[in-house]
Design a protein around this ligand. Structure first.
Ligand code: M6P
Ligand code: ZN
Length: 201
């Protein structure tokens, strides 16, 4: 049976699991370690050292069983652990939707930021429990943990939206979020430095 012929799901209730860490019933989960974030932090040397020094878990995504198929409305909880690499706060890879459609993020725990970039303009939304960040169609989006505790949010997005990670590697996100003397410093985007991999030793 082709995907387009898949019947929609039947109605069902979805609940937050213990400490808002999961959705119940659970669907697919994924873990992103430092090594999965190649080319994203400006300080490539600091990123390489973090990979070599235990390759820490940076964030997890726990979904409900609603699939990423057209007309369905999947949801997931993302937990970004606290940390900085080269002074830059830990963050998601960030993506653009190949099929431009909107998305909402609802802050659940901790302190975060939602960085949006349409290729020309960058926007930063402060995120906290109870805040809904609206992502309009056409804006790439990345989440950042700016606190000392896990930052957790619920995402709800159209099942046909898709994830384009190459767009972010090519265009950047307009700004970078660094730990500053009094909290978050948003600095103009600069590309990641060349890594040591291809450099002569
Ligand atoms: C949210 C949603 C997901 C996304 C996840 C992690 O939960 O936007 O679609 O996969 O964040 O973000 P990324 O895909 O950029 O790593
Ligand atoms: Zn998205």
């Amino acid at each position: 049976m082709s995907r387009s012929a898949t019947p929609p799901l039947e109605p069902f209730a979805i609940r937050f699991g213990e400490s808002n860490q999961t959705l119940e019933p659970p669907g697919p989960t994924l873990q992103r370690r430092m090594s999965d974030l190649a080319g994203l932090f400006a300080d490539t040397g600091a990123w390489e050292r973090a990979v070599a020094d235990g390759d820490p878990l940076v964030y997890t995504v726990s979904s409900s069983p609603v699939p990423e198929t057209p007309r369905e409305l999947p949801q997931s909880i993302t937990t970004i652990y606290p940390g900085q690499t080269g002074g830059e706060f830990w963050m998601t890879k960030g993506h653009q939707h190949p099929d431009p459609q909107g998305e909402i993020y609802l802050g659940l725990d901790g302190r975060g930021g939602l960085l949006l970039f349409d290729g020309e303009r960058a926007q930063w939304l402060d995120m906290a429990p109870g805040v809904i960040g609206y992502i309009p169609p056409g804006w790439a989006h990345r989440s950042v943990n700016v606190g000392d505790e896990p930052y957790r949010f619920l995402a709800v997005y159209p099942g046909s939206a898709g994830h384009d990670y190459g767009w972010v590697l090519e265009h950047g996100m307009g700004l970078r979020a660094r730990r500053g003397a009094s909290g978050v410093d948003l600095v103009p985007y600069r590309a990641a430095e060349p890594g040591s991999a291809g450099a002569p030793h």
